[in-house]
Design a protein around this ligand. Structure first.
Ligand code: MN
Length: 242
């Protein structure tokens, strides 16, 4: 039995080729998989579960439902692009929504899962966005009370601002802060973590008070299919270029 992890697919109607690769992944790569964890930014943006069809994403929900119907457990942590994923999504897909920073058991080991943007503490503008919008239930309520057209306009505007912000800051600022990594590993008493968000697939080592810890970073799906699997032989991170 194995466990699979993906993140940062950034699915949208504007990039049908990514949805196609995702469908292929679901049909070809999940044989013998017991649990699938999606660690955030499944969607390019998500403006509420009621707008799934309007964004052309109903087929994705149907595919996820088919997956859980087939007996695979599905779990999802929201990302900074799709933090408005809610209960209707869970009901329609059979996925459970997990808190950011969830510790799971993998074999005999405890492993910390998170989207990863909380680790980018040098990016002050992003941390402000995280506090004021992503992690603010009152903001969610306000956002969901707008018309779908207004929400799409806001999401497009924010996407533009995010692209502009990224073009203005350095690679170091956009990456995780090592102190933040060590601090969250020690907080949860784990020596392994898996996250996405930075779009820099790799395996890193960090010294912690509990010994050397491993940090596995999933890649995005813009130009590759990036996925991690775990079985009795250990972890395997794949990045299939298109
Ligand atoms: Mn992200």
């Amino acid at each position: 039995m194995s466990t699979a992890f993906i993140s940062d697919l950034h699915l949208s109607a504007k990039a049908p080729e990514i949805s196609l690769r995702f469908q292929e992944y679901l049909s070809n790569e999940l044989a013998g998989v017991e649990r699938l964890y999606i660690l955030g930014d499944l969607f390019e943006y998500w403006i509420g579960d009621d707008a799934a069809a309007m964004l052309g994403m109903q087929p994705v929900l149907d595919a996820l439902k088919q997956l859980t119907n087939s007996g695979i457990q599905g779990h999802l942590i929201v990302g900074n692009r799709d933090f408005l994923i809610g209960e209707q999504f869970a009901k329609k897909t059979g996925f459970t929504i997990l808190e950011d920073e969830t510790v799971i058991n993998l074999g005999n080991e405890k492993v910390l899962l998170l989207h990863g943007d909380s680790l980018c503490t040098d990016d002050h503008l992003h941390q402000q966005f995280r506090q004021q919008m992503m992690c603010n239930k009152a903001f969610h309520q306000h956002a969901l009370s707008l018309s779908i057209e207004e929400r799409i306009a806001t999401a497009e505007k924010m996407r533009g601002m995010s692209a502009e912000h990224k073009s203005e800051i350095s690679d170091e600022i956009m990456d995780v802060n090592t102190d933040a990594v060590v601090s969250v590993l020690e907080k949860h008493d784990v020596t392994r973590m898996i996250h996405g968000h930075t779009h820099r697939p790799a395996v890193h080592s960090h010294d912690t008070k509990n010994g050397v810890a491993e940090r596995i970073v999933l890649g995005d799906w813009y130009t590759q299919s990036s996925f991690l699997s775990h079985d009795e032989n250990g972890f395997n991170l794949s990045n299939l270029k298109t």
